[in-house]
Design a protein around this ligand. Sequence first.
Ligand SMILES: Cc1cc2nc3c(=O)[nH]c(=O)nc-3n(C[C@H](O)[C@H](O)[C@H](O)COP(=O)(O)OP(=O)(O)OC[C@H]3O[C@@H](n4cnc5c(N)ncnc54)[C@H](O)[C@@H]3O)c2cc1C
Length: 369
Amino acid sequence: MRVLIAGAGIAGLSAARALEINGIDCEVVEKRERPPTEGAGIFLLGNAARALGDLGLLDEVRSVAYPIATQRILSSTGSVLNHVRTANVWRECGPCLALSRQSLTGILQRSLIPGTVSYGLEAVSTASRGKMRMVRFSDGQEKEYDLVVGAAGVNSPLRSAVFGSNAAREIDISCWRLVVPNNGEIDGWTAMLGNGRTLLGIPISEAETYIYADCRSSEFGDGSVNTMKRLFSGFAGPLGPMVAALDPATAVHRAILQEVPAKRWIADRHVLIGDAAHACSPSMAQGAGMAIEDAVVLAELVSKGGPIDGILERFHEARIGRVGWVQKKSRARDKLRSGSSRIRNAVLRLFGDGLYRRTYEPLTRPLLP
Ligand SMILES: Cc1cc2nc3c(=O)[nH]c(=O)nc-3n(C[C@H](O)[C@H](O)[C@H](O)COP(=O)(O)OP(=O)(O)OC[C@H]3O[C@@H](n4cnc5c(N)ncnc54)[C@H](O)[C@@H]3O)c2cc1C
């Protein structure tokens, strides 16, 4: 079987790994000239860790990750609204871990058969040709495949080409991401909620803490570190002083958040996975988890054999419920975060534990029946 994967982000690399360990060769093309060297941190909940275990990579990821035992939500003045022990929900599923994005993609890349990924090559278009899928590349070549896996991210050109007008849409939240020295004050996932503004700190090693900050896009202005410092100047400890101390020249990643509403993402011998199929706000920290799960499920179904159309139908059926749930709950969390502070703080104080459990427990269930 000839399989092409377009995109070498977390979804594409995971899909290649999952196919290769099931004995299925594949080619991956990545339009970037080389693997990314940028990217701040990433938080993986137990279901993402379980899927990395299915790829045979959990021990390696664990060896470079920081274990996250607690998730704590504070108000912008520093009072505790909710505090959960992650093991209460995730114990039977997998550990919760935080690490640098580069470490995660590095482990995925090194796990592949050498030469699997061709950098500096873009899949430009794809079309059905008889019983095969034809792909045209940026170097002018055309090749045929039994299956094309579109893992080209939120602005995937292949999505609109095959699936029409399901374009990504902005969700009125803009964010900064950066890594600062770990001053020892943050030893678990710690979020602070202000009026339409969120600050989050997660240790990714003994030496480094990942900081995420967001606000309404109308407040983002020039997106500079100085703007960030101004917007979060009223935040108390532990995170407020860390932002106040930032050098304006600190390297940050900026983004306007986008989502791709989950619809049907399979077509003739073509399937989308990861953000290309179902990007959403990072409120539930499930983007990477869903991408790795997509990869595991797709490879398992492909390895069982049978006509490609049937495999893709089963894949869609197996995934739509979980990714639809994540999108729905991410939107609900965004709404709660951006609503009245008084109501939100009361809801989190009174019902935070139950909300956490009800939101995440469905994701602890097996990926396939
Ligand atoms: C601010 C923010 C914070 C987040 N935090 C978390 C978190 O803590 N935990 C979590 O689980 N998730 C998080 N996510 C989500 C997570 O980062 C994404 O869901 C995940 O990285 C998606 O991976 P992907 O491979 O689908 O897409 P991408 O990472 O976008 O990869 C797509 C790749 O395809 C390449 N490409 C594009 N077009 C083509 C083409 N035509 N041909 C070849 N290559 C192509 C691109 O260059 C890129 O390398 C966050 C997202 C954001 C925006």
